[in-house]
Design a binder for this molecule. Sequence first.
Ligand SMILES: *[C@@H]1O[C@H](CO)[C@@H](O)[C@H](O)[C@H]1NC(C)=O
Ligand SMILES: *[C@@H]1O[C@H](CO)[C@@H](O)[C@H](O)[C@H]1NC(C)=O
Ligand SMILES: *[C@@H]1O[C@H](CO)[C@@H](O)[C@H](O)[C@H]1NC(C)=O
Ligand SMILES: *[C@@H]1O[C@H](CO)[C@@H](O)[C@H](O)[C@H]1NC(C)=O
Ligand SMILES: *[C@@H]1O[C@H](CO)[C@@H](O)[C@H](O)[C@H]1NC(C)=O
Length: 287
Amino acid sequence: MSSTFTMSLPLLFSINLLISISHISEAAPVFIDNYCPDTKPFLPNSTYQTNLDILLSSLSSMAESASNNISSSGGFSNATGGRYPPDQTYGIFLCRGDIDASTCSNCVATAAQDIGWRCPGKRISIIWYDICMLRYSDQPIYSVMQQLPAAKQVNGLNVTEDPSGFFQLLNETMDDVLRRAPSSGSGKKVAAAEAELVGSQRLYTLAECTPDLTASDCGTCLRSAIARLPLETPGGKVFTPSCNVRFEVYSFYDPDLVTVVTVAAPPPVRLLSPPAQVTAPEAEFPR
Ligand SMILES: *[C@@H]1O[C@H](CO)[C@@H](O)[C@H](O)[C@H]1NC(C)=O
Ligand SMILES: *[C@@H]1O[C@H](CO)[C@@H](O)[C@H](O)[C@H]1NC(C)=O
Ligand SMILES: *[C@@H]1O[C@H](CO)[C@@H](O)[C@H](O)[C@H]1NC(C)=O
Ligand SMILES: *[C@@H]1O[C@H](CO)[C@@H](O)[C@H](O)[C@H]1NC(C)=O
Ligand SMILES: *[C@@H]1O[C@H](CO)[C@@H](O)[C@H](O)[C@H]1NC(C)=O
């Protein structure tokens, strides 16, 4: 795949002096973007459609059976539909490393349903949500590192008070997750890092690769994704087929389900002037 698209969609943020985060039990997946390049389309009654239906239902049932199996960590699977090229289809799903198996299963089911109407007739497609990604192709994709296309979202605000301090802090936390995620083990390639900001704010970062990649391919993918992050805003995400990175000034992952390192960062950095709180949208993980 050679085509690239990069999107900048300002997120909706409210700046409030009051922090109001409602508590939610299971996060609904928030759609980020989809990618379905123009290829020779398949027809509704074709063998490819049949194979794709088989593939999507196996991915959904793999995610579901992981959620019924307490000894399975879930979060990632691959499958195939059909046996012979060119109509064989290959698929993968990845859930964010801190997501429990039942939330993961719910996200994969949503993705398997939505990818059909978001990318009708496409032989290659990817759909990203904040907590999971599902993709399929008519070529093998398992353990094939792909750093493009990259879907990007930025926080619409600017770091106004100490941009160079923030940049340096972000650089240090990104260096930390970049070092740890590729070799994090236990069937996952994910790492999170935090740092203190002035006041009660913190910086939260998370980086993850699909666990079928080698550590070295994971590092390559993450370096390229990090290089696409907007560094002048207090929040950003980049999603690619093989890896993703995200940072926010509010908590968005479950610190009990992913290894978090706190990066020491003297002196503390102030974010916005006048001091304001960037609050999490409703669906984010409450602390
Ligand atoms: C698909 O095949 C069925 C039975 O062969 C036929 O009735 C239907 O019209 C076909 N649909 C399309 C969209 O070609
Ligand atoms: C549950 O998950 C474990 C670990 O992945 C696996 O070895 C085992 O076969 C699974 N059990 C069932 C019933 O699927
Ligand atoms: C996942 O991909 C690997 C490598 O291509 C393959 O050996 C394995 O059978 C696939 N798993 C499934 C469930 O299709
Ligand atoms: C952020 O900075 C850019 C470039 O300086 C500017 O164009 C933009 O309007 C600023 N955004 C806000 C929300 O202040
Ligand atoms: C952090 O900054 C250093 C020095 O400029 C650079 O070599 C490194 O690649 C940066 N790290 C990240 C993750 O961008």
